[in-house]
Design a binder for this molecule. Structure first.
Ligand code: 8OZ
Length: 368
């Protein structure tokens, strides 16, 4: 058994965590296809992982327009709220904590996934060289339509309603998904935002949408139950910026004004190399933030223990290890071997590769 700080309690704003091992947000594409509602199988999956200090749910669209992939869950309809309530009840019954990740994909979508077969929307009409999944195959993300100035308040309102729905569904808080090349990230970066109005141009303007979303969501929850995820040095979904250090320094200083539960950074390329480009300084970004920090991306047991011990971050979010190890916390504590995740079952499907990974206890019972 380890007495490392990673396994000790922590505070993320008003949310009390029993340990510092967080389940990262993971898209699994297993909501009910007809209406994007979380189902019983999703309840079982999250319940199995309730020993995490905090679960961050898979990204969940705040509106039909915010959807970019087949079978991802929503948090805008009453049925979705009910579906999520079953998830939060199950996690709470096991003594866990859970926040929902609020998501608008912006240009990372396709007319086949949009209401009325509309074009996806974005700050500017600049296509991403990326792909999405329509339920049958991976398809190129098309040219988006630039949002009209007068459409933006409606999207902010969708975030506010989603935050309210999250409260009704019994979550402990929310995480705003501002990472990985989705809508908020598209506004922040000069490679995807060439607007001429007050939402484009200098970083003060490019951060306006983020600020309006945070005002809305914090207005519902209070800052101490709202976290945020950023991926400053990732090029996920073809996102690009001429000066990410400056962009995200500005964003983090702005976020300090909200007294947030935590700042969650994807370190390096999302799901890939942890390298930071020249001129980038992750530690400097964490240092700017007044509050609890969470690191993610390719952490091992050793690097997570070390990062928390050294104070580089307060919490560590694990993605793929949590897919394959429902009892990840116990395995890390004991330095036990980990199950290997099966990539073929990451996105879509049923129980296979989702709820059938064994715990240590199940594995040893099966071996007898
Ligand atoms: C993998 C597949 C689809 C979406 C992200 C929500 O990158 C995602 C995502 C990941 O943040």
């Amino acid at each position: 058994m380890s007495d490392a700080k990673l396994f000790t309690p922590a505070q993320a704003g008003a949310i009390e965590l029993k340990n510092r091992v967080v389940m990262a947000p993971l898209t699994r594409n297993r909501a009910r296809p007809e209406d994007d509602v979380p189902v019983e199988l999703n309840v079982e999956y999250y319940e199995q992982r309730a020993t995490a200090g905090l679960i961050i749910t898979e990204a969940s669209q705040i509106s039909p327009q915010g959807k970019g992939y087949a079978w991802t869950p929503g948090i805008y309809s009453d049925a979705q709220v009910e579906g999520w309530k079953n998830v939060t009840d199950a996690i709470h019954a096991k003594g866990g904590k859970v926040v929902i990740q609020l998501w608008h994909v912006g240009r990372i979508s396709h007319p086949v996934l949009q209401p009325g077969a509309a074009d996806p929307v974005a700050p500017s009409a600049i296509a991403a060289a990326s792909k999405t999944f329509d339920g049958e195959q991976f398809i190129d993300t098309p040219m988006p339509r630039a949002l009209e100035r007068n459409e933006i308040p409606g999207i902010v309102e969708d975030y506010r309603k989603a935050a309210e729905n999250a409260k009704k569904a019994g979550f402990d808080g929310v995480e705003v998904h501002a990472a990985n090349g989705y809508l908020i990230d598209q506004f922040l970066r000069d490679g995807s935002n060439t607007r001429q109005d007050e939402y484009g141009g200098p970083i003060e303007n490019r951060a306006r949408f983020l600020k309006e979303v945070m005002d809305a969501v914090v207005g519902v929850w209070g800052g101490d139950r709202v976290g945020i995820r950023l991926s400053p040095f990732s090029n996920a979904n073809d996102i690009a910026d001429s000066d990410p250090q400056a962009t995200f320094s500005h964003a983090i200083k702005l976020l300090n004004g909200y007294g947030l539960a935590y700042l969650h950074l994807v370190e390096g390329q999302t799901g890939g190399a942890r390298d930071i480009p020249e001129g980038g300084d992750l530690a400097a970004l964490y240092a700017l933030f007044d509050g609890t920090t969470m690191g993610n991306n390719g952490y091992s047991r050793e690097s997570a223990i070390e990062a928390v011990e050294s104070g580089a971050v307060d919490l560590v979010a694990f993605g793929r290890p949590f897919i394959a190890n429902p009892d990840l916390v116990e395995r890390l504590k004991r330095n036990a071997p980990l199950n290997e995740p099966d990539r073929d079952t990451f996105y879509g499907g049923g129980a296979k590769g989702y709820t059938d990974y064994p715990t240590l206890e199940q594995a040893s019972a099966a071996a007898e």
